[in-house]
Design a protein around this ligand. Structure first.
Ligand code: F6P
Length: 445
């Protein structure tokens, strides 16, 4: 038998995203969730973008989700700088190595699923029926559900934009002239196009996305999670626009150190609302859509913008239940067991007759879907706990990682979409004049 240059499936770091987290988190993730999402499509059709986006959404919902990207396996095991002829179906050695890499990534993914993973995302072209059959059979033998997600795009402008944005900056083309790199990548696409068989298999569950969701075809999609993913993918678009997150201006309860409640803004809080209005006027290319909670302090902050705003109950601060209106010191002395329980597990702790961060995450899901769907800039005026959870989604963090993060008042967190991830900038408006600090010199954590 020929010795593989790729190493064993168990050795070395697996490529991909995420990690298995203890699942005490989501009622959406009963133990039996075991799903494989197999991406399908020619190069530069946004598969990696779609795969990572699904992984981020699923991880935020509490699923152990992880991407296995074959491109990463190739770069890790064989090095970078593979030119287009490596991908030529007539290149026997290239084919052998690519098949081995595909098998290796599949083995790793199946092992990860046996170790407790819940949603494995297999990010490869999978453009031939034969390859899909192999992947499907292996997954089904292991008792896993499989859904194929195919991205089809024939719009030359979209393909070219994708090549320029994501491929030329990939390690594959580091240091290469951009035009030569683009030419090479187009030749790589041509090789795949010759062998491409779009998904048509009658016995598979699949979602076919045509031109970034202009048309969506669903075939045998059943069950809670695949249905959720269809809804999620329907909201996907490529329009770049900022999302701003800010807490309300300082409230009377903030000054007293009391949690929750529905107090009004202080004079300082009102001054922040006015600074925020100046910031938005000077900084926004177009007036943003403004969302607040239904609580007085966020609505009073929004009023100073003199823009339409929508007040969502879903954006209300975490409900402190019987602790609402107390200070942390009062909770610690009057209800030491509650205080200690929250310190032990802030993510899952639910205030008696109130909420936990898990509850907050669940009620924020429609807000996330609307934020995904919206193509205009959006300003969310919210509260500490809800902003932590929204921030976790955009910055690809498990909500458990952010429950202790500082979200200061009088600060705007700007999130701008990059090719695969959001970039974060923070503007402190506490001095009343954000120009004084300069946009470039914005405070960043
Ligand atoms: O203190 C302001 C506040 O928004 C409270 O109303 C809320 O209970 C708290 O922050 C949430 O932060 P933490 O989860 O850290 O207690």
């Amino acid at each position: 038998m020929r010795r593989s240059v790729l190493g064993s499936a168990t050795g070395g770091p697996a490529a991909g995203e995420g990690s298995v987290v203890p699942l005490r988190f989501s009622p959406f993730s009963p133990e039996k969730t075991r799903l494989i999402l197999v991406l399908v499509g020619l190069p530069a059709r946004g598969k990696t973008y779609i795969g990572r986006k699904m992984a981020r959404y699923l991880a935020w919902l509490g699923f152990a989700a992880r991407v296995f990207n074959i491109g990463d396996y190739r770069r890790t095991r064989l090095g970078r700088h593979h030119r287009h002829d490596f991908f030529d179906p007539a290149n026997v050695e290239g084919n052998r190595l690519r098949n081995e890499l595909a098998a290796l990534a599949l083995d790793d993914m199946l092992q990860w699923m046996r170790d407790g993973g819940q949603v494995g995302i297999y990010d490869a072209t999978n453009t031939t029926a034969a390859r899909r059959r192999q992947v499907y059979d292996r997954c089904v033998q292991q008792g896993l559900d499989v859904v194929f997600v195919e991205s089809v795009c024939e719009d030359p402008a979209l393909i070219e934009a994708n090549i320029r944005e994501t491929k030329l900056t990939s390690p594959d083309y580091e240091g290469m002239d951009p035009d030569d790199a683009a030419r090479d990548f187009r030749a790589r696409i041509d090789h795949y196009t010759r062998a491409y068989e779009p998904i048509h298999e009658e016995d598979y569950s699949y979602i076919k996305l045509i031109d970034v969701g202009r048309v969506i075809v669903m075939h045998m999609i059943q069950g809670y999670l695949p249905g959720k993913l269809v809804h999620f993918l329907m909201n996907m678009h490529l329009v770049r626009r900022p999302i701003w997150l800010t807490r309300h201006g300082e409230s009377e309860y903030n000054v007293l150190g009391r949690i929750g409640g529905d107090s009004a803004l202080t004079d300082r809080g009102l001054a922040y609302a006015r600074s925020l209005a100046t910031f938005v006027r000077d900084h926004a290319i177009r007036p943003p859509i403004v969302w607040t909670s239904a609580l007085r302090r966020t609505v009073e902050t929004a009023r100073e913008l003199h823009l339409p705003y929508m007040a969502w109950r879903a954006i209300d601060e975490i409900d402190g239940g019987i602790c609402d209106g107390m200070t942390y010191e009062e909770i610690a002395t009057q209800m030491p067991e509650e205080f200690a329980a929250r310190q032990r597990d802030k993510l899952n702790y639910r205030y008696p007759r109130g909420e936990s961060y898990v509850d907050v995450t669940q009620r924020l899901e429609p807000v996330i879907l609307e934020l995904e769907r919206e193509r205009e800039p959006v300003l969310v005026i919210g509260h500490q706990a809800v902003l932590r959870v929204l921030f976790a989604y955009f910055m690809d963090k498990h909500p458990g990682e952010v429950v202790h993060h500082d979200v200061p008042i009088h600060t705007v967190i700007e999130l701008t979409p990059g090719p695969y991830a959001f970039e974060e900038r923070r503007f402190s408006l506490d001095l009343g004049d954000w120009h004084a600090r300069g946009v470039g010199a914005a405070m960043e954590d």
